[in-house]
Ligand binder design. Structure first.
Ligand code: ZN
Ligand code: ZN
Length: 280
């Protein structure tokens, strides 16, 4: 099986380590292919995306590393592009015109109409609570539905390859403090979203980034992976590494989870093509 990871964050955005540190870590862990997916620039100030004026340098460094390490590992240039309704997304002209090999589409932010700012849904609890209390008038269900609606809009607008951490909205939902994944309305949101991803031909990543000790913290939850399998949505295995040592974070466990959910193959990008390979 090819060892690959297309979801990594260096010091160009909110990760630690240089791009070359990642390449070295990938090589020493026996990787065949490594993709870089720094957080794409956003049209407002923040401290976690690649700044506009550093994007060219990021792409240039990847190009140089591709060439320098070409006999030892295949390197791919990508971005994790945020979708914010009516503001920016993978289908924005700016990103469509970039010379990159692939992209991940993710929703991390929702608009808070009360304060006219964009708040993180997978960041601080205080931001999630501000969204619930101000934008969604105390109704957590509306926040969750707002999140999945944004994922579906992103999927419909297309121009990216992989849907990032599909159910990242659960990140702060420890012990179901905000919502219960088992409720019917939540399952319906998931089904509608997977249906949309399937019709638009995108892949879903199995994201191990937030597994610290408990593999059930995988994105998305195993019961969602099972439904994705029923929809025949292809998967990509990614670790969302924010430091080079996490390059293959819980990959063995993740493959087992995918198998248990019925998956027999995963996708990988090589040359200019996404290919399928067996994981059993
Ligand atoms: Zn992300
Ligand atoms: Zn990421």
């Amino acid at each position: 099986m090819f060892i690959t990871n297309y979801h990594t964050h260096s010091y160009f955005c909110d990760g630690t380590g240089s791009l070359e540190d990642y390449v070295k870590s990938a090589i020493s862990n026996g990787f065949n292919i490594l993709g870089f997916s720094g957080h794409a620039p956003l049209p407002f100030e923040n401290d976690w995306t690649i700044p506009d004026n550093k994007l060219n340098l990021y792409l240039k460094e990847i190009k140089e590393l591709k060439e320098f390490y070409r006999n030892r590992i295949e390197i791919k240039s990508g971005l994790e592009i945020d979708f914010v309704d009516q503001l920016t997304g993978p289908s924005s002209e700016y990103f469509r015109n970039l010379d990159i090999d692939y992209s991940i589409g993710s929703v991390h932010l929702l608009y808070n109409s009360d304060t006219d700012e964009y708040l993180g849904i997978d960041y601080k609890k205080s931001e999630i609570e501000q969204l619930i209390n101000e934008t969604f008038k105390g109704d957590t269900k509306l926040l969750v539905k707002g999140y999945y609606r944004a994922v579906r809009l992103m999927s419909q607008q297309g121009e990216f390859d992989i849907v990032g951490h599909l159910d990242v909205i659960k990140k702060n939902n420890t012990e179901s403090i905000y919502f219960d994944e088992k409720e019917d309305w939540y399952k319906r949101e998931i089904e509608m979203t997977l249906d949309c991803i399937k019709s638009n031909g995108q892949f879903m990543e199995i994201n191990t980034g937030y597994i610290l000790k408990d593999p059930s913290r995988i994105y998305p939850s195993p019961w969602i992976i099972k439904i994705a399998r029923e929809f025949s949505i292809p998967i990509v295995l990614n670790s969302d590494a924010h430091r080079p040592q996490r390059i293959d974070n819980y990959f063995t466990e993740a493959v087992k989870i995918a198998q248990k959910c019925g998956y027999t193959s995963k996708m990988f990008l090589t040359g200019e093509e996404w290919k399928e390979e067996s994981i059993i």
